[in-house]
Design a protein around this ligand. Structure first.
Ligand code: O2Y
Ligand code: MN
Length: 580
């Protein structure tokens, strides 16, 4: 570790070096520094909260510039960009040479996972961005330098050295961007972006891309999953881990406020789960993160009242809009926007404007313990026992509201088959289908065919496997309106799932899984025929879907697509043929 830090210092030639301690004093010093530079604005209406506006070109993950650098191309697989590590270092070294001139190099030692957990892992992030230091203080646990071991080593630079007397900009970054992962040496090199998952290396880079490879080697799982606890009116509690592609309401589900009496949800995590089998054969999950980095637009008292309470204080807001009074605003936060705002680009915005006031990927960064429904068991070193794994997608037709896998293999196939319709017109072909196996497509640090096999191999004698379900909140009727009300009403679906695990409710077996015989819809104003439709399986439509999926798997993963999954899919297709 010392050698890495010394090497990076010699390469990047910063003006000064600061070893971070994660203290409040350090946070405030850096916050003031950023305030002076115009990077941060203190939010008068939210105690301890800050507002940041990024460069307009630096607003999201950069998948095209994200690489897995393994010695063999096959180890990165068809769904990752690949470069040989030697070649990648030859590209990166010249970019990093002198890149921190005129800046301070911050060394952040951090832990991913609860204190004293055997599953916690450690990282060092070297960065020249004070925004990253302050964000990492929320999203990870900053530790003394000598506390951790086996560090995943990371270096991040905004890629904008300063000449003497050169004035800095509010959001330094570089048009050239690289997010390079070296799973074999457990290193991360990130250049050119100061934003989110590109720059906060503990999150997607470490906790998913590097950790997924470590997990494969060590026999556990590093997943793009929320973790929630659900308690029934009798006081029985169960834990669910759930994978959804982006823009499918993961944070809303993690912080769900049930509409059905007597049911309670508590949140452990909203994005990442590390899961290990315990000696008792059960699967235990920890959330390696310490905070939430949630999407702001769409978050409201209706969609996610718990998130709204969580972000009342001590929150960093990035790329939302700001009010004259020193508060924040974003689309769908409330029915009526203020008359005037400063939009995410720093321009005056007036009510009725066609432009969005907040950037679509604008974010809040907030300590997880501020959430009113944060689960105290979320900090248990051994983690929480997972009884249910949920896979979700976004389909306007075909996939039922909820479906239970009949076997572990069928459940793994459900994860591998996650499909989402592209929603934003800006992304191009609206409505087109995007495959996102296990919601891990951008985050799996090795060959996804091997990843499927790893999931299959988890089932072993003596293990109590969680039950696997798929859900789809997004079915539409002929008029294009959502059939299922969603949000807090999703608790009704969780209730059915809970009761299936308890063995206290029935289902109807179909070739593609088990659908509810009955769902608690008491008090819901709904069209019975439409609800019946979304609770059933159309064999003809599903047959076509099986054929579509078979082609996708064969074309993408070729001989690495596990035979067990091929056979499971073929059997489903056959059974559908005999029922249609
Ligand atoms: O990584 C980013 O900067 C934006 S994307 C993101 C952020 C937090 C949690 N999840 C995601 C995601 O794309 O899954
Ligand atoms: Mn995510």
């Amino acid at each position: 570790m010392e050698k890495f830090v010394e090497g990076i210092k010699a390469l990047c030639t910063p003006d000064s070096v600061h070893i971070c301690d994660g203290s409040e004093e350090e946070f405030l010093t850096l916050a003031k520094l950023m305030e002076e530079k115009g990077t941060w604005v203190a939010l008068k209406k939210r105690p301890g909260s800050w507002y940041a506006r990024s460069d307009a070109s630096d607003v999201a993950r950069v998948e095209a510039s994200t690489y897995i650098c393994s010695h063999k191309e096959e180890d990165a697989g068809p769904t990752n960009n690949w470069k040989n590590p030697v070649e990648m270092i030859a590209i990166l070294e010249p970019l990093f040479r002198g890149c921190m001139k005129g800046r301070t190099m911050y060394i952040i030692p951090y832990a991913m996972g609860p204190k004293e957990s055997p599953y916690t892992k450690f990282g060092i992030e070297i960065t020249d961005s004070p925004y990253v230091v302050c964000s990492m203080r929320i999203m990870t646990r900053i530790i003394p330098l000598n506390e951790g071991k086996d560090y995943v080593l990371g270096v991040h630079s905004v890629g904008m050295p300063l000449e003497p007397l050169q004035k800095d900009v509010a959001w330094p970054c570089n048009q050239t961007k690289y997010i390079a992962h070296f799973p074999e040496s457990k290193e991360i090199w990130s250049y050119g972006s100061g934003y989110g998952g590109n720059a906060l290396l503990g999150k997607k880079c470490f906790a998913l891309r590097i950790a997924s490879k470590i997990a494969k080697n060590e026999g556990w799982l590093a997943e793009h999953m929320l973790i929630l606890g659900i308690t029934n009116p009798q006081g029985i509690k169960k834990y669910i881990a759930a994978a959804f592609p982006s823009a499918c309401g993961k944070t809303n589900l993690a912080m769900l406020k049930p509409t059905i009496p007597g049911w309670k949800v508590e949140v452990v995590g909203d994005d990442i789960a590390w899961m290990h089998f315990g000696e008792d054969g059960r699967l235990y999950a920890i959330n390696p993160e310490n905070g939430f980095f949630g999407v702001a637009p769409g978050t409201s008292r209706e969609s996610n009242p718990n998130a709204m309470k969580t972000i009342e204080k001590n929150t960093i807001f990035t790329n939302v809009a700001m009010t004259k009074e020193g508060n924040v605003w974003w689309e769908a936060m409330c029915k009526e926007p203020p008359e005037e705002l400063i939009d995410w680009k720093g321009n005056l915005w007036k009510k009725g404007s066609k432009e969005k006031a907040a950037q679509a990927n604008s974010r809040f960064t907030v300590p997880k313990r501020q959430c009113p429904i944060y689960d105290p068991a979320g900090d248990k070193p051994e983690g929480v026992p997972i009884e249910v794994i949920l896979f979700g997608g976004r389909r306007k037709d075909l996939t039922p509201l909820v479906l239970e896998a009949i076997s572990w293999a069928q459940g793994v196939l459900m994860g591998a088959s996650i499909t989402s319709e592209i929603t934003a017109a800006a992304e191009g072909s609206q409505g087109a289908l995007r495959q996102d196996p296990f919601a891990m497509l951008p985050f799996c640090g090795y060959h996804m065919g091997d990843y499927f096999q790893h999931w299959l191999d988890l089932e072993k004698p003596g293990r109590i496997m969680p039950k696997i379900f798929s859900v789809n909140w997004f079915r539409k009727n002929v008029d294009g309106a959502y059939i299922w009300p969603g949000y807090g009403e999703n608790a009704r679906v969780l209730k059915w799932i809970f009761n299936r695990v308890e063995g206290s409710t029935d289902g109807t077996e179909t070739p593609v899984g088990i659908v509810p015989k009955e769902l608690d819809t008491t008090g819901l104003d709904f069209n019975k025929k439409e609800i019946d439709t979304i609770l059933s399986v159309d064999p003809n439509l599903y047959k076509a879907e099986c054929a579509r999926l078979a082609t996708y798997f064969e074309d993408t993963f070729k001989e690495k697509f596990p035979k067990v999954l091929q056979d499971t899919l073929a059997r489903m297709e056959q059974e559908l043929s005999s029922t249609s």
